[in-house]
Design a protein. Structure first.
Lengths: 120, 215
């Protein structure tokens, strides 16, 4: 279940969008015990100036992203677009499931939930 | 229209990326989830972690060891045993327990291997027994005794096998077979092995976050 995709309008700055991963929808619900799903989120939005320069609450802007956005504003070409809107901070989840030998397994996975997005 | 979930080589690559070396067959035999596994799962939930005590990555707090994969492996030979405590010439019965370790990946290193047993006796007023554990090789003869420990009636039995039956720095065997024997001592009654399982914690360093480098 995702937020509707946004276009390149003024309201479409790079930020975290909601994405709920349902294990039932991907067909894993028979062997995944818990959780049934999780809020994984995703990043979407434009990274042109000034959107590429996030406020003090956001992730630190890479110098490369600023100059990339500046270069793109000065000379927009198809080959070198604006910086990419990508995950800047992620967090882990744990998954409880049955393996093929019917053992109960608890596995810890890093980088499963997007907490913060940034222009990179 | 919804596209079907990836299958075949695409699914295998996807599961390999998630650190699983085989595609789940999808329809497990239903069995209750052991309480210890629920407890460990809830303990890892960031919403239930206590404020000010952040979860350490690649560490199983409740068991006090490094690790990112915990398995509860039931004894696969449980139903081949006689239901009651059979005695042979005055001795308590001996049992063979078998644990299927095929799901353990080659990159996983064990950090805890705990044998858990539940013994049931007809009379709880015994003085307890002594349990001995030996590794059972391909031939049916048990190897040298790995450990011997006192066992109290009515209490769960927990024996640490790491370093004894499970090597710390070697790859895991595909199957672990153990010979268990109960020694009566001064007690006159024997017990029945009602349940046997292995709680295995492993660490796959590839799934741990890399240390942050200073620029």
């Amino acid at each position: 279940h995702t937020e509707p995709r946004v276009g390149g309008g003024p309201g479409g700055a790079c930020r975290t969008r909601r994405l709920h991963v349902s294990f039932r929808e991907v067909g894993w619900h028979r062997w995944v015990i818990a959780p049934r799903g999780f809020l994984a989120n995703f990043c979407q939005g434009v990274c042109t100036l000034p959107e590429a320069l996030q406020g003090p609450g956001g992730p630190p802007v890479l110098n490369h992203a600023v100059l990339h956005a500046l270069m793109h504003a000065a000379s927009p070409t198809q080959g070198a677009g604006p910086p990419c809107c990508v995950p800047a901070r992620l967090s882990p989840i744990s998954v409880l499931f049955f393996d093929n030998s019917d053992n109960v397994v608890l596995r810890h996975y890093e980088d499963m939930v997007v907490d913060e997005c940034g222009c990179r | 229209t919804r596209a079907p979930a990836p299958s075949g080589p695409a699914a295998a690559a996807l599961f390999q990326a998630l650190g699983m070396h085989e595609v789940p067959r999808g329809v497990p035999t239903p069995r209750p989830v052991p309480p210890v596994m629920w407890r460990l799962f809830r303990r890892r939930d960031p919403r239930e972690a206590r404020a000010g005590y952040p979860l350490r990555p690649c560490h199983v707090e409740e068991l006090g060891v490094a690790g990112n994969i915990v398995r509860h492996i039931p004894d696969s030979g449980l139903f081949s045993r006689p239901p009651g405590p059979t005695r042979t010439s005055g001795l308590c019965p001996k049992w063979t327990v078998t644990f299927d370790l095929k799901g353990v990946g080659p990159a996983e290193h064990p950090t805890r291997a705990r044998l858990e047993l539940r013994l049931e006796a007809e009379h709880e007023d015994t003085h307890g027994w002594e349990l001995s554990v030996a590794l059972l090789a391909e031939v049916e003869h048990p190897g040298p005794e790995l450990l011997r420990m006192p066992v109290a009636p009515g209490l769960p039995v927990r024996a640490d096998l790491l370093g004894a039956a499970v090597a710390t720095n070697a790859s895991m065997p595909r199957t672990l077979r153990l010979a268990l024997a109960l020694h009566r001592g001064a007690t006159t009654v024997c017990a029945r092995l009602a349940e046997a399982s292995l709680l295995l914690v492993t660490l796959d360093a590839r799934l741990c976050p890399p240390p942050r480098l200073r620029r």
